[in-house]
Ligand binder design. Structure first.
Ligand SMILES: *[C@@H]1O[C@H](CO)[C@@H](O)[C@H](O)[C@H]1NC(C)=O
Ligand SMILES: *[C@@H]1O[C@H](CO)[C@@H](O)[C@H](O)[C@H]1NC(C)=O
Ligand SMILES: *[C@@H]1O[C@H](CO)[C@@H](O)[C@H](O)[C@H]1NC(C)=O
Ligand SMILES: *[C@@H]1O[C@H](CO)[C@@H](O)[C@H](O)[C@H]1NC(C)=O
Ligand SMILES: *[C@@H]1O[C@H](CO)[C@@H](O)[C@H](O)[C@H]1NC(C)=O
Length: 356
């Protein structure tokens, strides 16, 4: 069942944007001492599979099938990884537990709500994608409803941080359903514009800080590098699609922060997944990672993906040691991969603006 067509086709278009070149951001290695002016007690999460901790219904996605979750929590739990995902590491930084999944909201005791809630659904985007699941606008509607229903109080929201993940499902749909090279720049602009509308809405609902991930180096994903037997990143995808998205996002967020004119602390923070993925992929041994571009879990042929079982026969293989792999499947990092990315984010002081 091709529930996630992006497992099969993550084809990115060559974009001839004149003069558009990727310039690696300078590494900010200053270390500020941050002070908790107010404790952050909750994390609210929006977006896709890089952040989803179990919102898709059981049985409806590979994230609920073996061998997903084999490292953590030891069985499939709805995460698109062998273990933890971005949300879990951000929660770790904030010293809160991973927030509860929206899916099980009706079964949660009040104490389960104390870490916030995740509204992220794997496969989704800011617009409609090839996959079912609520787009980010709808996810924010769920959040708004939870506030109206007093699931979270105004004081809860004031002490919270939001994480917004946009990892590219909108672009996969664009590539499959339209594919016009001429139309891509304006589509990228509309994705970034919609992302900005979304984060403004989240802020207006009372959240103090919104962390927005930029696009990871899509050209390094195994779905793309399979054609080079996982030997090298496709720089065309990285330099054009990803660089343009990330440049627009950074510009828009900078402008937004300036407009709010609160110099005490920046309400919107871009989380540089591009730099952190690239840094780990360029220096894998620093993180005890081997064969950095090879996915740990793969289908036995292009017909199958990680987790495929046909008539009780496994149609996939898992590497010997997921803890030394960066990629888990064709598009998602392993637990160790996310840990390495998190380590890099901490080294570059990416979270210095989180506290307020
Ligand atoms: C990189 O991706 C583009 C667009 O999908 C493709 O046309 C090109 O052949 C790829 N390059 C390599 C080296 O695989
Ligand atoms: C999000 O999904 C809803 C419900 O399907 C739809 O009405 C709305 O237009 C979508 N929003 C965007 C920005 O695509
Ligand atoms: C597809 O691309 C063309 C060319 O830019 C554009 O006019 C059209 O609106 C696009 N269609 C969709 C569905 O995005
Ligand atoms: C995106 O926003 C910018 C600035 O607000 C605007 O000029 C542009 O027309 C918008 N583009 C799209 C495609 O929505
Ligand atoms: C921002 O900084 C300027 C100059 O230091 C100061 O005059 C202004 O009051 C500050 N604004 C806020 C909202 O703190």
């Amino acid at each position: 069942m091709d529930f996630f067509p992006f497992f099969l086709s993550f084809i990115f278009i060559i974009l001839h944007l004149l003069g558009q070149r990727f310039v690696q951001g300078e590494v900010d290695i200053q270390r500020h001492h941050h002070h908790h002016k107010e404790p952050i007690t909750k994390l609210f999460v929006f977006g896709d599979s890089y952040a989803d901790t179990g919102n898709i219904k059981r049985g409806f996605a590979p994230s609920w099938k073996h061998p997903y979750g084999v490292t953590f929590p030891g069985k499939p739990a709805g995460r698109f990884s062998d273990g933890r995902v971005l949300t879990d590491y951000i929660a770790k930084y904030l010293k809160v537990k991973s927030p509860a999944s929206y899916r099980i909201r009706k079964h949660l005791a009040p104490h389960h709500l104390k870490n916030g809630m995740s509204f992220a659904f794997g496969g989704t985007g800011v617009f409609e994608t090839l996959n079912p699941g609520p787009n980010m606008t709808t996810q924010i509607n769920f959040f708004q409803k939870a506030i109206q229903d007093k699931v979270f109080t105004a004081s809860d929201i004031r002490k919270s941080v939001a994480l917004v993940s946009v990892a590219g499902n909108d672009y996969t749909r664009y590539t499959v359903t339209n594919g016009s090279i001429q139309g891509l720049p304006s589509f990228i602009l509309s994705v970034v514009n919609q992302t900005i509308r979304n984060v403004i809405r989240i802020k207006e609902l009372g959240v103090k800080k919104v962390i927005i991930s930029n696009l990871q180096p899509v050209g390094c994903l195994p779905s793309v590098t399979a054609s080079s037997s996982f030997k090298e990143c496709n720089e065309t995808s990285n330099n054009l699609l990803v660089a343009y998205h990330n440049t627009l996002l950074t510009e828009a967020v900078t402008k937004l922060n300036q407009q709010l004119n609160d110099n005490s602390s920046l309400p919107f923070i871009v989380l540089d997944l591009y730099d952190s993925f690239m840094s780990v992929l360029k220096h894998p041994s620093t993180h005890n990672i081997k064969n950095e571009l090879e996915p740990c879990c793969v289908g036995v042929s292009s017909k199958y993906f990680c987790g495929s079982v046909v008539e009780k026969v496994k149609k996939y293989t898992v590497c010997e040691n997921p803890k030394s792999a960066f990629f888990w499947d064709l598009v998602h990092p392993t637990d160790a991969g996310w840990r390495a990315v998190y380590t890099r984010l901490r080294i570059t002081n990416a979270f210095k603006e989180i506290h307020y």
